[in-house]
Design a protein around this ligand. Structure first.
Ligand code: AHG
Ligand code: MN
Ligand code: MN
Length: 334
């Protein structure tokens, strides 16, 4: 028998230390996010055979076309996390308002925000997909959270991570003690530790962005992208472009091998496209915990003050030195 990997629950109980009273709750919650991943991965493996590709005919609160799989993933998060003892509210990209689990008592500590299916333009062509989650602590134990209680800065997250449905299914998370990655072993239905304490290289040679938007960008942003293509061996340029249409998959590549993902603000849309609370913040927490950086181009993502649930934000994320260089161009310092 080869090396036996720790399971997700073994790893959490053996290797992570929690402040008193936090242990079981977060451990159950991470296990339940893993369960969502198993259920969705099972659907995805046979998606072309069970009539779950294509659109529902609806548009969501963001004005985007809803894919059948967006809805299935959202329903799966709802039905699994509704049963997670310590979760009292769930907010999602696919729901205008958060769902509150009113039956929960004061011992119920956590609020979860999710992008239930990330990269949904990839559903119908068998390309990678993901899900992103952010966990906040309920502020007042004696009353259910209100909509405002969900509007917290990223630095207040107690856990965050993502599921990646690629050639294998992975769960990657942080509780503020490094970043750890688990690969689903489908034969036994367990997540096994495959990437302990991921550290992102401080500089990479890969960039990911939708360059079809080039003409919409500011002069500083355009100049940065032009600079990535200059031939200069010493700095690893030209960088290679790798853009999958799935932020989770692109970010996972950067975490392991270094590089930078950008969805910048545009001249006519300075707020960018991605959502602060359930896309940018959780991935920024993960990347910072791995030694990288996440910025709006102007400031640290984790310190952005949220004003509304579905708020958008420009996102520049990845290797520390690459993000610093991009920020310098965007701010007109280079
Ligand atoms: P979602 O599928 O949750 O709406 O997110 C899509 C995001 C992100 O995953 C991806 O990098 C980007 O939006 C793709 O947008 P473009 O099609 O504009 O490139
Ligand atoms: Mn997304
Ligand atoms: Mn989505």
């Amino acid at each position: 028998m080869g090396q036996i990997h720790l399971t997700l629950s073994q790893f959490i109980s053996k290797k992570q230390t929690f402040p008193t009273g936090e242990g079981c709750g977060l451990s159950e919650l991470l296990g339940d996010v893993g369960l969502v991943g198993k259920l969705i991965a099972q659907d995805l493996r046979r998606a072309g055979l069970i009539n779950i590709l294509g659109t529902t005919g609806e548009t969501n609160v963001q004005g985007e076309t809803v894919k059948k799989l967006d809805e299935i993933a959202n329903e799966t998060f709802l039905s699994v996390l509704r049963q997670t003892t310590q979760v009292c509210a769930l907010a999602s990209e696919e729901m205008e308002k958060p769902a509150y689990f009113q039956e929960r008592g004061p011992e119920c500590k956590y609020i979860v925000l999710v992008d239930p299916l990330d990269g949904s333009s990839n559903t119908d062509c068998n390309m990678p997909l993901g899900a992103i989650f952010s966990v906040l602590k309920r502020s007042l134990p004696d009353r259910m959270p209100s909509d405002e209680d969900l509007l917290k800065r990223g630095i207040e997250q107690v856990a965050a991570g993502y599921l990646l449905y690629g050639s294998s299914t992975m769960l990657v998370y942080t509780i503020g003690q490094g970043v750890h990655g688990f690969t689903l072993e489908p034969g036994i239905g367990e997540y096994l530790l495959s990437h302990e304490n991921i550290r992102i290289p401080e500089k990479g040679t890969i960039y990911a962005a939708n360059e079809g938007n080039y003409q919409k960008w500011t002069a500083g942003t355009k100049k940065y992208f032009d600079d990535l293509k200059v031939h200069d061996k010493a700095t690893g340029r030209p960088y290679s472009g790798r853009y999958s249409g799935c932020l989770v998959a692109d970010l996972h590549r950067m975490l392991l091998g270094g590089g930078i993902y950008l969805y910048p603000g545009e001249v006519d849309k300075p707020e960018g496209k991605l959502r602060l609370l359930y896309e940018a913040n959780p991935l920024a927490f993960v990347v910072e915990q791995a030694g990288g950086k996440a910025s709006t181009g102007m400031s640290r993502i984790l310190e952005v003050e949220p004003k509304k649930l579905h708020q958008r934000v420009p996102l520049i994320i990845g290797s520390r030195r690459d993000v610093e260089t991009a920020d310098a161009f965007i701010q007109g310092r280079t």
